[in-house]
Design a protein. Sequence first.
Length: 121
Amino acid sequence: MIQKLTIMGILHGAAFLLSAIIMESQSHTPGAGIALVFIFVGLGGFAYLLPGYIAAFRNAPRFSSIFGLNLFAGWTGLGWIATLIWSFVDTKKEAPQVIIQHMYTTPQPPPPIKQQERQNP
């Protein structure tokens, strides 16, 4: 789980830095609005990657699929909702244990016929 969160944290941090560099290069005043950029990108990045965080904390067996779909299709809105639902639904469930008991018996020979029953006139 730590590795999953580390990868997600690195992506989140890269989004922070990239947005700060872009905003700083377009700004006429150095440092103007940088705090707002960090707040909006931080909250937006967290909200965008929320299905991945949920899947990581729930130890979803298909975390990489959830995270990949969220990363590449989450921007559509429908992809984000699908991965959010998938992150809650995808949990490890133990398969029910099935016990098979063989309830058969070996065939028994018919009971022997008594002498009295044979001599019925």
